[in-house]
Ligand binder design. Structure first.
Ligand SMILES: Nc1nc2c(ncn2[C@@H]2O[C@H](COP(=O)(O)OP(=O)(O)OP(=O)(O)O)[C@@H](O)[C@H]2O)c(=O)[nH]1
Ligand SMILES: [Mg+2]
Length: 452
């Protein structure tokens, strides 16, 4: 992106911001977004059309000329969205121009010259959140949606954007608030104490909320898998068929394959979608004793890749005597894969926990794929619900721990239980963003792309 000259340097939350919302590079169309109190005034000076901008209907497209003073920059389309009926909840204009890098940057520069300031990453969505157009989980889902690498990840993000996690959290919060109100009533009249029957009912209700939160918590692993994918290292002796397996799993010839042992010298990484789950395969150099410094470095990298992987496939040439487990491979993550079974004259019977394949014929590959997903932790109903992220997970854990304490405390008295219920409420509030915490907000939105 060219270095824009920013007239407005104040980062005031209510200033007018502008950015190119489409990716950098050449394309048919680029979109420049302007949002804030002066968005329509700036647009009126920037965009010349048959109808003055102030008379344009919201959410309608108008054709016109994009002007830099008296100079025509481009022809394009403009839509205005008046507050609060816009993505950000503020006055907002979207100007589509031609998708050349220079054209879109020039349009943006004119908007900046007219008084807008360059938007920070995620600032449009941050404003949408601050103006209560969406809760924090939905704002996060916008970025998940943009970054989704597979259809399943996309589906989970779409469910989150639609509000699934926020609704569940809000329902739990509403119930906890109601329970808290009951308990606080007892604090106000301490001489009466909580009568045993009411105590049991309240306890049951707290336990139920905690169980609901635990159901949400259980989606954390799926969330991690869908967002980040699983790292699968392919390791073993030279010539076992590791690179052939990588190519088979990817469906194209990514790695060099040859009959010469030691073909792969460096680690080689490639991502794929296995039944909708993002996976990152790492092909590695064959592990063997060597004095060759380059090969030694290859082996070191192979072991490092194995250490960082969630799953290690130990590829073994089934036509050769069984080699020992290469030293340095973390045993607990290793799964044996017997390759080249097409070379055997008698049918190969692998131990049940091992997998037998032939990269040449493709035999055993579908079984291996479903096992890889199982080892990577794919739950059976993957993609059926919005999965929580690491931030939600830590808030939920805090919430559950506070509720567990409240359950114990309720048996003794109301005050401590009320205190922990409030802590649980705060933790849940953080998930949807009802609790103001600038640090959390800036760390979330700074990971966004500019223009979103
Ligand atoms: N018959 C048969 N040959 C195979 C099979 N898989 C791989 N090969 C052959 O085995 C040789 C080694 O394959 P690679 O995939 O390069 O083995 P590698 O483990 O990556 O080897 P290095 O990179 O040297 O460590 C090549 O000649 C492949 O064509 C198989 O399933 N059956
Ligand atoms: Mg290789």
């Amino acid at each position: 992106m060219p270095p824009y000259h920013n007239k407005k340097s104040d980062a005031a939350p209510n200033s007018t911001i502008a950015a190119i919302a489409t990716p950098a590079g050449e394309g048919a169309i680029a979109l420049v977004r302007i949002s804030g109190p002066d968005a329509l005034i700036i647009t009126a000076r920037l965009f010349e059309t048959s109808l003055p901008v102030e008379q344009m209907r919201s959410r309608h497209l108008y054709f016109g000329r994009i002007m830099d003073g008296k100079i025509v920059v481009d022809e394009g389309l403009c839509a205005v969205f008046r507050a609060p009926g816009s993505y950000t909840g503020e006055d907002l204009a979207e100007i589509s121009c031609h998708g050349g890098i220079l054209v879109s940057s020039r349009v943006l520069q004119v908007a900046l010259d007219l008084g807008a300031r360059l938007a920070l990453p995620g600032e449009f969505t941050q404003r949408a959140f601050l103006n209560e157009k969406m809760d924090l989980t939905q704002a996060e889902a916008v970025m998940d949606l943009i970054r989704a690498q597979t259809p399943l990840a996309l589906r989970a993000a779409a469910l989150q954007l639609e509000g699934a996690i926020g609704r569940e959290t809000e329902a739990a919060r509403a119930e906890l608030l109601n329970i808290l109100a009951h308990i606080e009533a007892f604090i106000d009249f301490p001489e009466e104490g909580i009568d045993p029957d009411t105590g049991i009912v309240l306890l049951k209700r707290i336990v139920e909320v905690r169980k609901r939160l635990e159901v949400l918590l259980a989606t954390a692993d799926e969330g991690r898998l869908l967002r980040d994918g699983a790292r699968i290292a392919i390791c073993g002796e030279p010539n076992a068929g590791k690179s052939s397996l990588l190519n088979r799993l990817l469906g194209f010839e990514r790695a060099i394959v040859s009959h010469i042992p030691g073909t792969t010298r460096d680690t080689l990484e490639e991502s794929a979608s296995l039944e909708g789950i993002p996976v990152h395969f790492i092909d590695t150099a064959g592990i063997r004793e060597t004095n060759d410094p380059i090969e030694l470095e290859g082996v070191r990298r192979a072991l490092l890749a194995a250490e960082r992987a969630a799953v290690i496939l130990h590829v073994i040439d089934a036509s050769q005597p069984l080699p020992p487990l290469p030293p340095g491979l973390p045993k607990d993550k290793v799964h044996r894969v017997w390759n080249k079974i097409d070379l055997l004259s008698v049918p190969f019977v692998a131990p049940p926990e091992d997998t037998a394949i032939s990269c040449l014929s493709g035999i055993g590959i579908p079984t291996l794929v479903s096992r890889i997903l199982e080892w990577a932790g794919r739950p059976s109903d993957c993609g059926q619900f919005a999965a929580i992220n690491a931030r939600h997970q830590s808030c939920l854990k805090r919430g559950c721990a506070a509720l567990e304490r409240a359950e114990q405390e309720l048996k003794v008295g109301a005050e401590l239980a009320a205190l922990d219920l409030r802590l649980a409420l705060d933790a849940l509030g953080e998930i949807v963003g009802v609790i103001d915490n600038e640090q959390i907000l800036s760390s979330i939105f700074s990971s966004f792309c500019i223009g979103k």
